[in-house]
Design a protein around this ligand. Structure first.
Ligand SMILES: [Ca+2]
Ligand SMILES: [Ca+2]
Length: 219
């Protein structure tokens, strides 16, 4: 019956239809493979170039804050966590927000750490200040709190600088690091950490408390 002229013409038509469908499917797949990525000129590179890691002893209940300002007046701190070129991951307030629920049980993560990420390769000067926000005297904490500051370049990875400041009074602010970055390459130059207030100054729109009498220059 398949040799009947009527069925031969039907099978021929089905063969052509099948081949056409196959060609269309192949062209459809190829069109996706050949699409070029959208040109990104002028867009922001989301890569993190530098990290500023601030930490104080695990389990210490005192609340320490990092504040960073750029020479283009970007200011980052717990009251202003994001800007065009950098952001603060979280405000670690000592022991208060260190608890997490894992599998239904309350666990403590005793790390005290705040991290600022710099996302842009630009010519910029950065000032990194440590501010003693709160002494948890009621929690049995010592007033004196050592704070470690690390400046880390991501690509190529390098710990550029590790330093420490000792915070000795509530409201105290110290400049821990000053550095410049240069665009094109992830180059950084360290500068003397001359005291330059970020928190204890009326020019910070995110922190309007009056200047503290406890301002002291860095040692
Ligand atoms: Ca804090
Ligand atoms: Ca903590």
């Amino acid at each position: 019956m398949a040799n009947h002229p009527k069925y031969r013409s039907t099978f021929g038509f089905l063969d052509i239809l099948f081949n056409l469908s196959l060609v269309m499917a192949v062209l459809f797949v190829l069109s996706f493979l050949l699409i070029n990525p959208i040109t990104k000129s002028g867009t922001i590179d989301p890569r993190t170039h530098f990290i500023i890691k601030v930490s104080w002893p695990d389990g210490n209940p005192n609340d320490i804050d990092v504040w960073v300002k750029s020479s283009q007046r970007h200011i980052i701190g717990f009251r202003s966590k994001d800007s065009e070129i950098m952001h603060l991951d979280r405000d670690d307030v000592g022991r208060v927000n260190d608890y997490i629920i894992i599998n239904g049980s309350l666990e403590q993560n005793s790390i005290n750490q705040e991290i600022v990420s710099i996302r842009q390769q630009v010519d910029m000067k950065y000032t990194v200040n440590i501010h003693y926000f709160s002494w948890r005297e009621d929690d049995g904490a010592e007033l004196k709190t050592p704070v470690k500051i690390e400046l880390i370049r991501i690509q190529p990875f390098e710990v550029i600088k590790t330093t420490e400041v000792i915070m000795t009074s509530e409201g105290q602010e110290k400049t821990a690091l000053v550095f410049e970055t240069f665009g094109g390459v992830d180059f950084v130059q360290l500068l003397p950490p001359t005291y330059d207030p970020i928190v204890n100054t009326s020019s910070n729109p995110h922190f309007s408390t009056p200047s503290s009498p406890q301002n002291v220059p860095t040692p």
